[in-house]
Design a protein. Structure first.
Length: 147
């Protein structure tokens, strides 16, 4: 996907297997046409704030929701969340933590920083597909964001 196109979902995930499963789940629900995948926290921040190779990208082109892993290289998911939610121009973008972390401190810190939802990745493939599909449906079709 080119950066000029509208992005509905920004998937921030460094595990190629989890990226593949997430995209498969979104495709199953016909929600994968406007997904941008980045593999580390630095690239996520560059994309969201139109910096680096994404300079000139308009915030009006999305994302409508960010699916964010916590355990990322370069900049952690918690730091990405903190920067998104502390900036006036990006604060309203829904961020869903989608992580394998079972640590209570990650859950609590995510909510303190303003996460909209915290989902632990199911180990079972079919449950993972269902969870991500439901996430996509909710945040893209059911949820009513501010204009």
């Amino acid at each position: 996907m080119t950066t000029q196109n509208i992005v509905e979902i920004l998937l921030v995930e460094d595990n190629p297997r989890d990226v593949e499963m997430t995209l498969r789940a979104l495709k199953k629900r016909n929600l994968a046409n406007k997904v941008m995948v980045v593999n580390d926290g630095v690239e996520a921040l560059d994309f969201i704030f139109s910096k680096g190779k994404y300079e000139g990208r308009s915030l009006a082109n999305g994302p409508k929701v960010v699916l964010l892993d916590l355990k990322l290289p370069k900049v952690s998911g918690l730091e990405v969340l903190k920067k998104i939610k502390s900036d006036e121009s990006t604060r309203i973008i829904p961020v869903v933590v989608l992580t394998s972390s079972q640590e209570e401190k990650d859950l609590v810190e995510s909510y303190k920083l303003g996460v909209n939802s915290y989902i632990t990745k199911p180990v079972d493939f079919d449950k993972f597909l269902d969870s991500v599909g439901e996430l996509g449906l909710y945040w893209l079709l059911i949820n009513k964001p501010p204009v």
